[in-house]
Write a protein of this length. Structure first.
Length: 143
């Protein structure tokens, strides 16, 4: 069985998906990996991810932020620009909780530890997200 690591960010109210993603992009996050964008526009609870060329990114972000989607889950894969680490962002229904699933080249604690270096991810994300009304963080690393 493999380990999973994720972080849930809870905000004081709904976040604007488009603004949120633009803020991350301005803070050193890329939504492109090998020339493609992986994204989720879940309408049926099946969580079928799609892939598109980088040129479609702006349209994908606008579609993710469309008010029609506020009661569904939307997501996008991201990479921290200065590294090879990243994961999947999931905007939960209602948009006051955003989950980050650490799934791309996971960074573990130094040495031979099997545990994720959650602090490394939090150091990069919390300063960007705090001004958006961040009120709670829950981080997990489990088998």
């Amino acid at each position: 069985m493999s380990r999973t690591a994720d972080i849930d960010f809870t905000f004081s109210g709904p976040v604007d998906v488009t603004g949120f993603l633009n803020l991350l992009a301005g803070g050193g996050v890329s939504f492109s990996r090998a020339g493609h964008v992986s994204y989720l526009l879940d309408e049926d609870g099946m969580f079928d991810w799609s892939q598109a060329a980088d040129a479609a990114l702006d349209g994908i972000i606008l579609e993710m932020g469309d008010v029609r989607r506020i009661q569904g889950t939307v997501g996008i894969s991201m990479i921290f620009s200065e590294s090879i680490q990243g994961g999947d962002l999931l905007f939960q229904p209602g948009r006051s909780v955003v989950s980050f699933l650490i799934s791309i080249n996971r960074k573990n604690l130094s040495g031979s530890s099997k545990f994720c270096d959650l602090g490394w991810y939090l150091d990069r994300l919390v300063p960007l997200l705090e001004p958006l009304g961040l009120i709670e963080i829950e981080a997990r690393d489990s088998e």
